[in-house]
Design a protein around this ligand. Structure first.
Ligand code: ADP
Ligand code: ZN
Ligand code: ZN
Length: 805
């Protein structure tokens, strides 16, 4: 009989386990084991999870002593063809191993836990001490033991004893795998079918047992009682047990799906689409009906009703019995969206996926998508890997958001993964934003029919008026406070009329650059047009692209002012100032310190929406897509602090932040009042944000990127070399740079660096950086692989890095 073998990728996070390993498929598993299944395989001394890449019959001459697959975990392959191809694309595009790419598709990265099981062997003990004999007798009482179980009886030494017994042939051991998370079942009790006479007889029998009689009555009136309902109904477990023993009640186990706690919003009225929405939807509908994958950018100003279009698109997908993945940058901030979707589409159609779910909740969410019971998954970036086998649509809301990039290995961007998944399945990719990323906008401008616009707000509310306050002038007039007089006036007006205010403190970039408070001058690299980074330890300024260095000046090189200093001020200080100004106002603070808990984001926002607070104060998070009807004043403090990060995307981030924050104001009839405080009123990002004029910003930004050859006019790849000592790190980085200079064709890429990373020392590793500005990224990747640079444990490769810090 021919031998059937499977090539299996072992799910271990080690880079050396790159290639598939071949295993024999035992006869008993031939029907189950298919390409895309998860299996258990012996690997080294252990049992590990593996992913079947292919099943094939093995020609005789190739036959060898294959180990056998131990078990198959899936009845239906977990990975479909599109998922397998997407994983393959991921590993090639991001230069990670295939196993690393595949495990992204598994909830919790691993589906099984393996453990060693011990049982008594053939031999009989000789010369045991009394103590050991007692342990041995205990051991023989059970047919099998886990290490943990035995140690509970035998103490810390248990494992050593078991291993010794194994060596002596007294015990044997083997590996066993079990699902990492179990499906959750719940007990429920039902009354047995009884005729009227039988019922009466039963009650007579229970005359003295009032509690049992009452419980029986209850069960006759209800279909069943669940364990979780016992407390509410006043029926005790003991009573049910007695009734079960008496044969009047029976007990069953049933699977329950654990779910997050977002309940649907009460009303499910859908406004009819307005003209712009209809036009966008018509294009999307055509895309959904087509066979080939299509991509759209829904470019709509804040409050233009993008969510309404998403809903319409998802409804259409569900009608054709397909599934949709809806990605949001931060699930904690989107409870409103989830509730809206549930209200319109039905509680059970929608599952939610994010990293704060418990393991059990995640397993259940993915099982419901995999099994097809749910049609829509709303989640953070990793939901792009959800096992939707009938994928029709992927939506990325706020597609410009940096949270879509995973900053740990494998460093993927959810937008690019989504695009590939859609390409594989013929699904539609719908990107939405009021401030699209330059990459996306550039693509949309050159791709026929991709750009869909919602130019106006969907409600009667006009876009808010945005005032720019020059903080240099404030200083000149003697105001050293954080709040400008204009912002104070706007807050006064809002609070007096019992409306609400949001204040955003842009703390990113805090104290990393040096700026003059008198004239706004920022210390920049003369060669690279990016801010110099302040290195506190050495007290110098350094360019993080080319390693240019200089000392921190005592006075401003432009205006000679002494007010040249490290910029920044915290939320706490601002909160104090607000409390001094408005002692009666109720202030909520939302920043990293206050949102640690599971639903903290959600709770603060809900309280604010219900007007239990007057002012919401916070960092970046407060700018993200909330629909808050009673906010009429918005202040942006230090709007430009992120402009000076030594990052070519700094202007883009500042523009998007100001525009998004401004978009929170005046969402209903009342006009909004937005005050933006800055030291750089003339900067094009600030000026364009004041007009909420994306095309204007884009035009300026494009020409800057084009001139310097930054994305979208090139692709970046960054290499970070981390070594324990500074000198060897520099030597190694120089070596890598030299090799690349020799091996990379000139037209493929420019090499920038090496230079120390801005945070040069992290966890006792000294870090050097190299950037490759690639015109031919495929060629560059090929060279990196050929030189095995991607396999070097001291080198981290980031393809399309978002942050260059
Ligand atoms: P966006 O996601 O573009 O910021 P939303 O979808 O949150 O905008 O919509 C903003 C507001 O406009 C919401 O209050 C929503 O109910 C309302 N809205 C959306 N579409 C319509 C429509 N067609 N008719 C009336 N109101 C609408
Ligand atoms: Zn430089
Ligand atoms: Zn100055």
């Amino acid at each position: 009989m021919e031998t059937v073998v499977a090539d299996v990728l072992v799910n271990i996070a080690a880079r050396r386990v790159e290639k598939p390993f071949t295993y024999a498929v035992p006869l008993a598993l031939r029907e189950e084991v298919q390409r895309g299944c998860r299996v258990l395989v012996p690997f080294g001394a252990r049992l590990e999870e593996g992913f079947v890449w292919q099943v094939r019959s093995c020609p005789q001459e190739e036959e060898s002593n294959w180990k056998e697959i131990n078990a198959c975990l899936d009845l239906v392959p977990w990975f479909d063809e599109a998922a397998l191809s997407t994983a393959q694309w991921l590993s090639r595009y991001y230069l990670c191993t295939l196993a690393e790419a595949l495990r992204l598709f598994v909830p919790g990265k691993r589906s099984v836990r393996t453990e060693r099981i011990y049982c008594a062997g053939e031999a009989e003990p000789e010369g045991f001490s009394l103590e050991e004999l007692a342990l041995w007798n205990l051991f023989k009482e059970r047919s099998s033991w886990t290490e943990k179980g035995f140690c509970q009886q035998a103490g810390e030494d248990g494992v050593r004893i078991l291993r010794r017994w194994c060596r002596q042939g007294l015990a044997e051991s083997y590996w066993q795998g079990r699902r990492r998370t179990q499906e959750k079942t719940e007990s429920l009790w039902l009354a047995q079918e009884l005729s009227a006479e039988e019922r009466e007889a039963a009650l007579r029998g229970l005359e003295r047992k009032k509690a049992q009689a009452a419980a029986l009555q209850w069960l006759w009136e209800h279909p069943f009682i669940q364990r979780s309902q016992l407390a509410q109904s006043g029926i005790s477990l003991g009573v049910l047990k007695a009734l079960t023993e008496a044969g009047l009640v029976r007990r069953e186990e049933r699977r329950v799906y654990r779910q997050d706690s977002y309940l649907s919003e009460g009303e499910s009225e859908l406004e009819p689409l307005n003209a712009a929405q209809q036009q966008a939807m018509a294009a999307i509908a055509e895309g959904l009906d087509g066979k080939e994958s299509q991509e759209f950018l829904l470019f709509g100003v804040t409050g233009s009703g993008k969510t309404r279009v998403y809903l319409e698109a998802v409804r259409k997908v569900l009608r054709s019995n397909r599934q949709a993945i809806v990605l949001v940058p931060e699930i904690g901030l989107t409870g409103q969206l989830v509730r809206r979707f549930r209200a319109v589409l039905g509680e059970h159609q929608v599952v939610v996926w994010h990293s704060r779910l418990s393991e059990g909740e995640r397993l259940d969410a993915w099982d419901r998508i995999h099994g097809g019971q749910a049609g829509v998954i709303i989640g953070a970036r990793s939901a792009v890997f959800a096992p939707a086998h009938r994928l029709g649509l992927v939506i990325l809301d706020e597609e410009h958001d940096g949270a879509y990039k995973q900053e740990e290995r494998p460093r993927y961007h959810a937008r690019d993964v989504a695009r590939e998944r859609c390409r594989q399945t013929g699904a539609v990719l719908l990107l939405g934003s009021a401030t699209p990323s330059l990459e996306t906008y550039e693509r949309a401008s050159s791709q026929e029919g991709m750009l869909l616009e919602l130019p106006e707000r969907a409600t009667a509310a006009p876009l808010p008026q945005v005032a720019i306050v020059d903080m240099r002038q404030e200083l000149k007039r003697g105001n050293r406070k954080i709040l400008s007089r204009q912002l104070q006036a706007a807050l006064d007006a809002a609070l007096r009329q019992q409306e609400q205010a949001i204040i955003l403190l842009n703390r990113r970039g805090y104290a990393t650059f040096v700026m003059c408070r008198e004239c706004g001058h920022t210390m920049e690299c003369p060669h690279c047009s990016v801010s110099l980074v302040y290195h506190a330890s050495a007290k110098i300024l350094r360019c993080h692209y080319c390693d240019y260095q200089e000392h921190v000046p005592d006075v401003c090189p432009v205006c000679s002012s002494r007010y040249i200093r490290f910029f920044g001020s915290g939320t706490q200080k601002l909160e104090e100032e607000l409390r001094r100004n408005w002692p009666e106002a109720r202030i909520a603070r939302m920043d990293q310190d206050t949102v640690g808990r599971k639903h903290a984001h959600e709770d603060i926002l809900t309280a604010f929406r219900e007007r239990r607070y007057d002012i919401l104060l916070g960092t970046q998070m407060v700018a993200k897509g909330h629909d808050l009807p009673f906010v009429t004043a918005v202040g942006v403090i230090a709007a430009d602090s992120s402009l000076h990060l030594p990052d070519f995307r700094a202007a883009e981030r500042a523009f998007s932040l100001i525009t998004q924050a401004a978009g929170r104001a005046g969402r209903r009839e009342k006009a909004g009042n937005v005050v933006v405080q800055t030291y750089n009123p003339e900067h094009y990002a600030v000026a364009a944000a004041q007009q909420q004029d994306f095309p204007r910003f884009c035009q300026e930004e494009r020409s800057f990127r084009k001139a310097l050859g930054y994305p979208p006019f090139s692709r970046l790849i960054s290499l970070t070399i981390a070594v324990e000592e500074e000198l060897p790190a520099q030597r190694k980085a120089a070596q890598v740079a030299d090799i690349l200079k020799a091996e990379l064709p000139k037209e493929a890429a420019d090499i920038m660096g090496p230079c120390p990373a801005p945070l040069a020392r992290i966890q006792n590793l000294f870090r050097m950086q190299l950037f490759l500005k690639c015109r031919q990224p495929e060629v560059v990747k090929e060279v990196l692989c050929r030189l095995s640079i991607e396999g070097d444990p001291q080198i981290t490769i980031d393809v399309d890095p978002l942050h260059v810090l």
